[in-house]
Design a protein around this ligand. Structure first.
Ligand code: ADP
Length: 312
């Protein structure tokens, strides 16, 4: 009707051109499907050329002929909050980027020094530098996590397609982590199988599971890694006998920045990003990820991926 045309024209003038198309296609969809409209967009301030971010929700109301007779909505000014959040994200992104270069060069110097001390036969100095190197690796992986999160949000995380033997990747990672952890790792390998996807990134998920298992369980407690193949899917699981996770928080640990809170839990350092990134990587490989856990007893983290059958 003409009243809604007038409303359209008025809105068109007030909505930021960059969100205009999305606004009206969501609107049409909302009317067609009779569902709630929801969008974060910029709206022109009164009598000014400036825009402010708004959160708009609306519902269409229909008469007996199924014609939309009204459109009830509310727009909330969230400009300040939106800008603060964007600034925070931008700051994290710049800070982590700036940290990367100096940390990389420190790592180079530490490795060089360690080599020199080893040559001189100064075992004590060499072993201290090995410890420094391990800490630098932790720092590097925190920085990489922050950069990865940013890339995930911008859809810029790149994947390199590869075809690889799954059990040998698991063995490789167990060897690497055993060198730096005080936990014995038991490995129950299932049948060999091939997986198609980014070998490094899938390896990153396994490393994350094992690192967490070590971090959230008492020193020297065993960590059990297992693989199994069923119905053209390979399952990897990492079991620990540590803190465990309360039932009501198990669904949230794959969210960005989420960390379990509790007296014991608060003593462990971390950013709450590893599992978020892991879930994203597994999702991208058409897999599934999950956890079974009992608070105080331990946890089993697992993922499943499709196996790849070589064409005959
Ligand atoms: P981070 O360990 O850096 O905090 P993660 O994303 O890897 O971040 O894990 C998110 C949260 O899930 C952790 O803060 C911790 O509370 C919980 N968590 C992860 N793995 C385990 C585990 N094996 N046992 C107990 N809690 C865990």
């Amino acid at each position: 009707g003409s009243s809604s045309d007038k409303l359209n024209d008025a809105l068109r003038l007030h909505i930021h051109p960059e969100e205009l198309y999305e606004y009206f296609s969501l609107w049409e969809k909302s009317i067609a499907d009779n569902t709630r409209f929801e969008l974060v967009h910029r709206l022109k301030k009164n009598n000014e050329d400036e825009y402010a971010w708004h959160y708009t929700q609306a519902l269409p109301f229909k008469d007996y002929n199924n014609d939309t007779v009204a459109w009830f909505g509310i727009s909330t000014d969230i400009d300040e909050q939106k800008r603060a959040l964007d600034k925070k994200d931008e700051f994290i992104s710049i800070a982590s980027h700036e940290l990367k270069t100096p940390v990389t060069s420190i790592k180079g110097y530490v490795q060089l020094l360690r080599f020199n001390f080893q040559q001189e036969g100064n075992a004590e100095a060499a072993s201290l530098l090995t410890k420094a190197d391990i800490q630098i690796n932790k720092l590097t992986s925190l920085i990489t996590d922050l950069l990865d999160v940013r890339k995930i949000e911008n859809g810029q995380l790149r994947y390199h397609e590869d075809t690889f033997e799954f059990n040998s990747l698991v063995r490789e990672i167990i060897e690497e982590t055993e060198r730096v952890t005080r936990h014995p790792i038991e490995y129950a390998a299932g049948p060999d199988c091939t997986v198609r996807g980014d070998r490094n990134k899938i390896g990153q998920v396994i490393t994350n599971f094992i690192d967490n298992a070590a971090k959230y369980s008492p020193a020297h407690a065993v960590i059990k890694v297992a693989t199994d193949v069923q119905d053209a899917r390979v399952k990897l699981s990492v079991q620990d006998f540590g803190l465990g996770i309360p039932k009501d928080q198990q669904g949230k640990i794959f969210e960005r920045f989420f960390r379990v809170s509790g007296e014991k839990e608060n003593t462990y350092a971390g950013l709450g990003l590893g599992l978020y990134i892991s879930a994203e990587i597994i999702k991208r490989h058409k897999g599934s990820i999950g956890v079974e856990s009992e608070h105080g007893k331990g946890s089993t983290f697992y993922f499943e991926l499709p196996t790849f059958k070589k064409p005959e």
